[in-house]
Design a protein around this ligand. Structure first.
Ligand SMILES: [Zn+2]
Length: 208
């Protein structure tokens, strides 16, 4: 696996990588990893089954992303609502956009310009996780660092710990022990941890 942060979305075409697993008997899974789509299948699958299930899972993943992926406009609307509800409307970004160029970050904020970018790796995550990432970046419009004042800004958001646990778990599920040194606290500007996009999982394939 290439190191996170070195991935260049403009450099490679979309790739589907098939992983055969002897431990995988009854399920097929698919997820995004960097610019690739990974489809994990049982080792016993024939080539025909592989073709069928890769096509099915890629379509399923895309459909789920379409359902769960808010547009840039929806992102702006959500940010406005979160600022109103948790920050008394004090955080007023000039733009809020999805970005495929966030490296290891979940999101970033440029306070001088009032711009917020959210990694498209967050697309497809539960709403309360996206809300946390958005609110986190909104709060940076008010507080640049991660000191007490920063956390105080978002203290009224009820799902912070759960969302941070989700994001860490997501990164761990992908990188495992390789990435065990990821700090709990972002070191710089949200250098949290990398994450996969969406995972379609647990599909039973026996008897189909
Ligand atoms: Zn931050």
């Amino acid at each position: 696996m290439p190191a996170a942060g070195t991935h260049d979305d403009t450099a490679e075409p979309p790739v589907v990588e098939v992983r055969r697993s002897r431990r995988r008997a009854r399920t097929v899974s698919a997820w995004r990893e960097g610019g690739r789509t990974i489809v994990a299948i049982p080792a016993r699958f024939t080539r025909a089954q592989e073709r069928e299930w890769v096509g099915r899972m890629v379509e399923r993943l895309a459909a789920q992303e379409r359902r769960r992926r808010p547009s840039d406009a929806q992102l702006v609307a959500r940010a406005t609502e979160l600022s109103r509800r948790y920050l008394a409307g004090r955080a007023v970004p000039t733009s809020v956009r999805w970005s495929s160029n966030q490296g290891r970050r979940w999101g970033s904020c440029t306070p001088a310009e009032g711009t917020i970018r959210i990694s498209d790796r967050v697309q497809g995550m539960p709403r309360w996780v996206l809300d946390y990432v958005l609110l986190h970046e909104l709060a940076h419009l008010l507080q640049p660092g991660h000191g007490e004042a920063f956390w105080a800004e978002i203290a009224s958001y009820p799902h912070t710990q759960r969302a941070r646990g989700f994001l860490e778990g997501y990164a761990f599920a992908r990188d495992g022990a390789e990435d065990g040194d990821v700090p709990d606290e972002p070191v710089d500007d949200d250098t949290d941890t990398p994450v996969d996009g969406l995972r379609v999982d647990g599909l039973q394939v026996d008897g189909l």
